[in-house]
Design a protein around this ligand. Structure first.
Ligand SMILES: C[S@@+](CC[C@H](N)C(=O)[O-])C[C@H]1O[C@@H](n2cnc3c(N)ncnc32)[C@H](O)[C@@H]1O
Length: 265
């Protein structure tokens, strides 16, 4: 694994206790409904009646603290989460128990850069989902392993729905503050290295200090890697999660936030 991808893994483990607070503004139920609507409309998943009869098996790839697991489960999916961070998985288990106390919680620790570590999940899922830019968190050298890991978990014909970002106009630079308690704040500073196509995001405050890196490879290159690992692009739209009336629009040259659906061959 590239050292910078490895550093991201460590960053998420240390950032895990802060993650649910920093990202608490997301309406995960609304986001899941948006994805579900487009997946149903395109025929990638069965409608609610079909799901109630036979719950499709869904894997949340890099589930983090489990923000999206209950929302998928309440829409008729039989969910499992996988992540590398033990602290994220502990938080996900607590959140699951709070929201669905009578259902078993299936969480697996594995490293998506090491497809063998997901062996127990092999060929098991009808649908995989990844929320919050997962492909951008991997150094380009590690993307083949990411796609291989996901492909291995899917049944033939099953799909992976994932959001990701690219840079086409605005550079991801600047800073902002995030309140984590009534008195404590985290400062986030984003910088962009135009030569390496690398964005670094530093977080400091309340005794915490950490740095994560994002990469933005060409989407043609991304799709080529996917295809080499047995995942063919079936659908790509621009995603505007805040435009609840029409969250998906056809891809434009200026589209930055993307929603892609890959299908296992
Ligand atoms: C930006 S967070 C997103 C969490 C969750 N999907 C959400 O949207 O709230 C990224 C997650 O990816 C996980 N992750 C990053 N690299 C990973 C890897 N190589 N293997 C497994 N999980 C990884 C991190 O531990 C973290 O929980």
């Amino acid at each position: 694994m590239n050292a910078a991808t490895q550093a991201n893994l460590q960053f998420y483990e240390s950032f895990a206790p802060l993650y649910p607070t920093v990202y608490s503004l997301f309406d995960t139920n609304e986001m899941v409904m948006q994805w579900l609507r487009i997946l149903e409309d395109d025929g990638f998943v069965s409608g609610a009646d079909g799901r109630n009869e036979d719950r499709p098996k869904l894997l949340d790839v890099a589930c983090g603290p489990g923000n999206f697991l209950a929302a998928w489960a309440s829409n008729g999916f039989d969910v499992t989460g996988v992540d590398s961070s033990p602290t994220m998985l502990r938080l996900a288990a607590v959140e699951w128990k709070r929201s669905r106390p009578n259902e078993p919680c299936r969480l697996v620790r594995a490293n998506l850069c090491d497809p063998d570590s997901l062996g127990e999940l092999r060929d098991s899922f009808d649908l995989a989902v990844s929320h919050s830019h997962l492909p951008n968190l991997f150094h380009p050298e590690d993307l083949p392993a990411l796609f291989q890991s996901v492909a291995n978990c899917l049944r033939p014909g099953a799909i992976w729905a994932v959001d990701h970002s690219r840079i086409v106009g605005n550079l991801p630079v600047g800073e902002d503050e995030h309140a984590i308690t009534a008195t404590a704040k985290l400062l986030r500073v984003c910088g962009y290295d135009e030569v390496r196509h690398e964005c670094t995001q530093s977080w400091t405050g309340d005794g915490f200090e950490g740095r994560e890196t994002y990469w933005f490879i060409d989407i043609e290159q991304l799709d080529k890697i996917a295809l080499q690992r047995g995942l063919r692009l079936r659908r790509r739209m621009e995603w505007k999660p805040n435009r609840t009336d029409k969250p998906f629009v056809p891809l434009r040259t200026e589209s930055e936030r993307l929603f892609s659906v890959y299908q296992r061959q």
